[in-house]
Ligand binder design. Structure first.
Ligand code: FAD
Length: 464
């Protein structure tokens, strides 16, 4: 068996692992990154990027469809058609470009990349199964960045017409009837896209509301839009499994009644679980946090020189959290004094309209800091939103009442995801309401809503 040595071995080349590998290489650490499938992990291959490609294509198609009827913009077109196979090929082209880019960035940083399945032999060595045979890698330090996989409902296993988000993002034709089990962000993003492409979509959600982690004010515009798109949202409804003919989904409703829903595809999107199987973790003695690997504020596990980053370490399972942890861990491995000191991890839901949150919700802010002030500005009063027909939604700012330090910013609206960084900057830099209110926000932009929300919290909004 071929044997290799390195200072740092990173297992998994998702956004956590590849960023860690690139930064470690840049810092002169002798680094190997092992990836079982393709560079970029879930995010780039079957997650963030493919889903946003599908959402974009669906939006374009839906817009074009809207122009076949008389409309206020005065645009008219013939009924559009979509070749989803071509759309998926376009999406795959983007993924391939980004895959190749990650490999090139690793090489340029001086990190070695190996495609193969890694399995711990002990805390200092790993066996990697590659197409060319097995390799034994000895490493002074190891970063576990194996990510997450879709959660499977035991009574509704993946296979046939029951698909995960990965399957949904590879469909080459639009299913006539799609049932989405799970009203979280992944299910709603893909369900909305499919509805815009012409699918008859039903969402089956166990909880009493969609997107349960957000407050009603934030989710109402999304719920309204789902209704406008004709999506049937069943709340307090539990997907039990398929009928004997495997052509209907058995659902128990809140009142205990059961019903059977016909479908062409069932997308199960009920969350993700850490990828800790087939990694050989049983050879280590890691302290776990439920199913996740427990880490401290330096991403150090309970074993010396073994680190873990990204989805495998817990919520929020988001690519940019994995990236930040990956970068920080590379600095630490290179001898830096770094520790996790982020004030917020923004989250974006690419529903219609989009939802962005950064920092604390109004309830969390109150619970942690006592008296707070809140300012909310609706896009119905924003000129740019009107010109883009994006009037649904608002920006809301919550700050401490005593010193006006901004604790949280939430928003929902068309294209609002692009303001996520602005919200995070304000919180990370410790901005006060006066800082946001006193910053010139370019006109006409939706970002003026942020300035107005801050002014509102100060008691003197101008445009509302
Ligand atoms: P992953 O990206 O899961 O990468 C882990 C890698 O490790 C994989 O490539 C895997 O093959 C490899 N691996 C596992 N075991 C081994 C082994 N034993 N040996 C070698 N390699 C191994 N997040 C956002 O922030 N924004 C979004 O808009 C967003 N949209 C999403 C949409 C969908 C449909 C899905 C499914 C996810 C989405 N996410 C989004 C979540 C995001 O993809 C994850 O949070 C992110 O990919 C986690 O990064 P990671 O590096 O921890 O792990």
């Amino acid at each position: 068996m071929e044997e290799l040595n390195c200072d740092l071995l990173v297992i998994g080349s998702g956004p956590g692992g590849y960023v860690c590998g690139i930064r470690a290489g840049q810092l002169g650490v002798d680094t190997i990154v092992v990836e079982a499938r393709a560079h970029g992990g879930t995010c780039l291959n079957v997650g963030c990027i493919p889903s946003k490609a599908l959402i974009h294509a669906a939006e374009e198609f839906h817009k074009a469809t809207g122009f076949t009827a008389p409309n206020s913009l005065g645009i008219s077109v013939q009924a559009p058609e979509i070749d989803l196979g071509q759309t998926v090929a376009w999406k795959d082209g983007i993924v391939a470009r980004l895959n190749g880019g990650v490999g090139a960035l690793l090489r340029r940083a001086g990190a070695r990349a190996i495609i193969g399945q890694a399995r711990f032999r002990d805390g200092k060595s790993v066996i990697v199964k590659t197409d060319m045979g097995e390799q034994l890698i000895h490493a002074r330090r190891i970063v576990i960045a194996t990510g997450s996989v879709p959660f499977e409902i035991p009574s509704l296993p993946f296979g046939g017409d029951v698909i995960s988000s990965t399957g949904a993002l590879a469909l080459t034709s639009v299913p006539n009837r799609l049932i989405v089990v799970g009203g979280g962000y992944i299910g709603l993003e893909i369900g909305t896209a499919m509805a815009k492409l012409g699918s008859e979509v039903t969402v089956v959600e166990f909880a009493s509301k969609i997107l349960p982690q957000y407050d009603n004010e934030l989710t109402r515009p999304v719920a309204d839009r789902l209704e406008a798109l004709g999506i049937n949202v069943m709340l307090n409804a539990k997907a039990e499994g398929l009928n004997a003919d495997k052509d209907r989904l058995r659902v128990t409703l809140g009142d205990g009644e059961t019903t059977e829903l016909p479908f062409d595809k069932v997308l199960v999107a009920v969350g993700r679980k850490p990828c800790t199987q087939d990694v050989g973790l049983e050879e280590l003695s890691l302290r776990m946090n439920g199913a996740f690997i427990q880490v401290d504020d330096r991403c150090q596990t309970s074993m010396r020189d073994v680190y873990a980053i990204g989805d495998v370490t817990g919520e929020p399972m988001l690519a940019h959290r994995a990236i930040a942890q990956g970068e920080m861990t590379a600095e630490i491995v290179a001898g830096g004094p770094h520790a996790w000191d982020k004030q917020c991890i923004p989250a974006v839901c690419f529903t219609d309209p989009e939802i962005v949150t950064a920092g604390l919700s109004p309830e969390e802010a109150k619970a942690q800091f006592g008296e707070t002030v809140t300012g909310k500005f609706p896009f119905t009063a924003n000129g740019r939103a009107m010109t883009m027909e994006n009037e649904a939604g608002f920006i809301r700012v919550v700050a401490r009442a005593d010193n006006h330090v901004v604790l949280g910013i939430q928003a929902t609206g068309g294209g609002i995801s692009e303001l996520a960084a602005v919200f995070a900057h304000a919180i990370e830099m410790g901005a006060r309401l006066e800082d946001i209110a006193g910053t010139i926000h370019a006109h006409p932009t939706q970002s003026e809503g942020l300035q107005e929300a801050a002014l509102k919290a100060l008691g003197h909004a101008i445009h509302f």
